[in-house]
Structure formats: C-alpha cells, structure tokens
Design a binder for this molecule. Structure first.
Ligand SMILES: Cc1cc2nc3c(=O)[nH]c(=O)nc-3n(C[C@H](O)[C@H](O)[C@H](O)COP(=O)(O)OP(=O)(O)OC[C@H]3O[C@@H](n4cnc5c(N)ncnc54)[C@H](O)[C@@H]3O)c2cc1C
Length: 494
C-alpha cells in the first residue's frame, strides 16, 4: 500500500475543496452549477427572486398550470436535448402537434393573414411567384422580387445586414411583410439589426454560388428538408428547472432564493465573496469561493463585474435589451379547436399593438388534453423598452381587454369578454439573439477580460445570445473552461 495519494485522488480532493458561487438561478446559472457540482465542487447558488428558473416560469391561469415565459427549446444543436436526457426527462420531451407559423396584418384593411410559405428561410421566399407568397406581396411585389434573379450576385454576396440584403434584392414588400414580422415577433429585432451570416449560415455563400437570393434560399432548403424543430416538456418547461434543482440538491449543492447579490469582491487571496440581501433587507452570509459565475441579466452583471473586468460592457447592449410582456389568456372558444392560424401568429410591424401570439393548446397536445375541448391557452406578446415599457398607464382590466382584442385580430376569431377564464401578466427582459449585428463585438472584449480573470465567468442570454439552446451550450462550455483552469492547470500543492 502506497502512502502517496494517487494524482486522481488529489484531484478529487482539490475539487471538493474548490468552492463555487453562482449568482442567478436562471437556466444559465443552474447549468453552470450542475457542471461544477458533478465533479464534486461544493456549489452555492444565490437567486434574487423567490424561485429559480428566471425566464422559465409558470403560473396557474384559469385552473391550468401554464408556461408564462419560455415554453420550448430549439433542437438545432441538440444541447438542450442532451441536458434533458442527462436529467432523465427524455420520456417527457414532446414535439409540437401544430407547427405552422402565420403572419397577420395583411391585405388592404390589415385583417388578412397567411401561413409563412413553406419554401422560405427567415421569411425570404425561394420563389416570389409561388401561390403561397402571393398573399404577402401581391403581383407587383412578385415582379419586384423577381428582379433578384436578374441582378449581379457578387457585389451583394457579402452583405450581412438582413434588411439591406433583402430590400436590395427583393424589394420592400418582402422585407416589411415577410421578414420583419418574424424577426420582430420572435426576437424583438428589426431586420436591419440582424446579421445574415449568423441568422442563416450558408446563405451568403449560396447566394454567390446560385446567383440569386431566391436560389440561395432554395439551396439551403435542400439541406433543411428534414431540419430541426422545437420541443418542450410535458407539464411545461419548469419541469426542467425542477429536475436541475433536484439533481443539484442530490449532488450536495445549496440553492438560496430571495438573495439579491449587490456586490462582488475579490480578496487578496484571489477568492471571491459577495454581498447579498434577502427580500426583507437582511444580510445573507455566504462563505468566500474560488470560482464565481455571474449568471444574472445584463444590468446586474455590468454592475457586479464593473470593478473586476477592465473592459466596460458596451452600452449598446443595454440599449438592445427589450422588455417583453406575455399576457396569458385562458379562453373558452371552440372555434379555436381547429387551430385556425397554426401554432403561432406574428403581426406585420405597425399593424397591431401585440407583436405576436402563441396558440399553446394548438401546439402542445398535453396542454390541450389538460384544458379539455373548447378551452384554449394563448400567450400574447407585447414589446417595449426600459424607457417605454409595454402597457405603461394601463390597468389590469385594460391590459386584459387589449390582449383579448389583439388575440381576436391575430387569430381571426372574435373572443368575447365572457369567454375569458383567466388572465396572467409576466414581464421579462428579452436579450438580443447572437445573430444581432454587433453582438460579438459588444461581448468580445468583455469575454477576453473575463477569461483573463482567474476563477471568474459570466453566463446567460445577455452574453451568449437569447435562446435556451444557446444559453445552455455557453454555460456548459464556460463551466468546462473554469473547471479546467482551476482544477487541472493549477493542481493542489503537494
Ligand atoms: C418572454 C420570453 C419568452 C422566451 N421564450 C423562449 C422559448 O420558448 N424558447 C427559447 O429557447 N428561448 C426563449 N426565450 C429566451 C430564453 O428564455 C432565455 O434566453 C433564457 O431563459 C435566459 O436564461 P438566463 O439564465 O440567461 O437568464 P434569466 O432566465 O433571466 O435568469 C437570470 C436569473 O438571475 C437572477 N438575478 C438577476 N440579478 C440577480 C442578482 N443581483 N442576484 C441574484 N440573482 C439575480 C434573476 O432573478 C433570474 O432568476 C424567451 C425569452 C423571453 C423573454
């Protein structure tokens, strides 16, 4: 028997002695915490709100438990699917029963609506003459869009601004009535702020190859014939949060809710300590840690990191953050049983006060079964900014009436006040997606500065780009980076 510990044993001991603090228990913070707890690091997660999950949230509305924030994930990269499997939730993963996306606010009166053409990418049609494109741009729009086929491709092949690219090649109607409703409705982002290379990888090179934007779209669609989609969990996305918290507790991690972190300090020994307060204003005491993850939204992150990261957080990131209010309506409306406008409807910007709506009971069978025939769950989205919040000056009853009116118009079905069984309002910050123009530039210098600060990481949608898939992948890779530097590249003293 050897008296000298094996290197592996020393590493395990080192992991057990390396304390981790995570500020923020949204999906980013919980995933980073899990990655550290898995290798035996003692982890404490501090959350300002009274519950974990952040933008993954639920409420009881009209007797149903429903998602009132994020309600699905993109399966494109497989990161959330892998996490779901790791947490033994795969049997609860569900695919949508209806997936069509519609755009409303068409026609002279703005009352018409049509499904997004099958052969399109980001709303850009492969063939402007196709029957299903006609309701959006009419004959004159089709003629204009057809000029795309006649223009020289190479000069514009490198255009990264989605608005300029589509407007130049296919004209205003395609941008305003097909592309903008999707980018604004989904991400709160005008096409002029979308980077084509990030939003539709391969489109620019396909444009150069095929000679036209329509040809490039058709080219991309060949590969996407059996493309990715979205999934959710039976019972709602908060089941993912429950499973993450359960796993963390099993691994010995501690989650403290109602603990808002107001300051971060680094001691002379390089360890991190935080100042946190409970909802009642009492001081929450937390032992210093070797590793700190800041997993809050952008404003708190900027404040907490300011003294520790040389690079300043670009102001344009704050400006880009939008506020999105989701008004959830539970209504008795048998006319909606046939999902008349698919799973989601977005408005042509400027035609409605709501930016869009998800018909949750059309999309998810489990929810439709729970609601019963004739009863429907609708998530109506309203956008604003910190300076101009959605629904400023309206009381609860006025917001409920507005949401009902908007839902009626978007769905083409009149919903009477007497049909409403429940109303719920929830407001969140909507971080820009990674495909926002300038996102990488705005985050790049901060990322470099953080990577150069021992034991520090920032994770979350403001930094990684919005979307569960993106946030999960980034939190995992940042946790892996810190684990490697703290455990492997700085072995315990002999
Ligand atoms: C309305 C809406 C719907 C969405 N729907 C989808 C969807 O269906 N699918 C999808 O993939 N993406 C969706 N997204 C995007 C996705 O939800 C987010 O990108 C993701 O949930 C962000 O997670 P996060 O952990 O970075 O931030 P958050 O979820 O915001 O979590 C941050 C946490 O930090 C806490 N916190 C903040 N400050 C402090 C502090 N000082 N001290 C302690 N704790 C603090 C907050 O209370 C919060 O719990 C949606 C976004 C919005 C706004």
């Amino acid at each position: 028997m050897s008296a000298t510990p094996e290197p592996f044993d020393a590493l395990v001991t080192h992991a057990h002695e390396t304390r981790v603090l995570v500020v923020g228990a949204g999906i980013a913070g919980l995933v980073a915490a899990l990655e550290c707890a898995k290798v035996g690091m003692p982890v404490t997660v501090l959350e300002a709100a009274g519950r974990p999950g952040g933008t993954i949230a639920e409420a009881e509305v009209g007797g149903l438990r429903v998602d009132v924030g994020a309600s699905c994930w993109s399966t494109a990269d497989g990161d959330v699917d892998a996490l779901v499997a790791e947490l033994d939730l795969a049997p609860r993963a569900v695919s949508p029963s209806a997936s069509a996306t519609w755009i409303a606010g068409l026609g002279r009166s703005g009352a018409a609506a049509a499904p997004v053409p099958a052969d399109s990418v980001l709303g850009i049609p492969a063939n402007p003459w196709a029957q299903d494109v006609r309701p959006f741009i009419g004959l004159s729009g089709a003629w204009r869009a057809y000029l795309d086929r006649l223009r020289p491709p190479l000069t514009i092949g490198k255009e990264r601004n989605l608005d300029r690219l589509v407007r130049t090649r296919m004209g205003d109607a395609v941008v305003d009535r097909m592309v903008a409703p999707l980018s604004v409705g989904r991400f709160g982002l005008a096409p002029s702020h979308v980077d084509v290379a990030a939003a539709a990888p391969g489109l620019s090179s396909a444009l150069t190859r095929t000679g036209s934007l329509g040809g490039a779209v058709a080219d991309l669609l060949v590969d996407r014939a059996t493309g990715p989609g979205i999934k959710s969990l039976e019972g709602g996305m908060p089941r993912l949060v429950d499973a993450l918290v359960d796993r963390l507790v099993t691994l010995g991690a501690e989650l403290v809710v109602d603990a808002r972190v107001s300051g971060v300090e680094r001691g002379a020994d390089g360890r991190w300590s935080v100042t946190a307060e409970s909802a009642g204003g009492e001081q929450v005491v937390v032992a210093p840690a070797d590793v700190l993850f800041v997993a809050t939204g952008q404003q708190d992150a900027a404040r907490l990191l300011a003294a520790h990261v040389g690079a300043s957080l670009d102001d344009s990131m704050t400006d880009a953050a939008r506020l999105r209010e989701i008004v959830t309506l539970v209504v008795d409306a048998p006319d909606l049983d046939s999902a008349p406008r698919g799973a989601e409807v977005y408005a042509v910007p400027g035609t409605r006060r709501a930016s869009g709506l998800v018909h949750q009971t059309a999309r998810w069978d489990w929810l439709s079964r729970a609601a019963g025939p004739g009863r429907h769950v609708l998530s109506v989205a309203f956008d604003g900014s910190i300076d101009d919040p959605p629904h400023a000056g309206l009381d609860e009853a006025e917001v409920a009436a507005l949401a009902r009116d908007e839902a009626s118009a978007l769905l083409g079905v009149q919903l009477e006040a007497a049909a409403v069984r429940g109303v719920h309002r929830a407001r969140f910050t909507l971080a820009p997606p990674a495909s926002a123009i300038g996102h990488d530039d705005a985050t790049g210098s901060v990322r470099t500065a953080i990577a150069g600060t021992r034991g520090l990481a920032a994770v979350g949608s403001w930094f990684a780009g919005s979307g569960l898939s993106r946030v999960v992948a980034d939190a995992q890779s940042e946790a892996e980076r810190l684990r490697r530097t703290v455990l492997w590249e700085s072995p315990p003293a002999a």
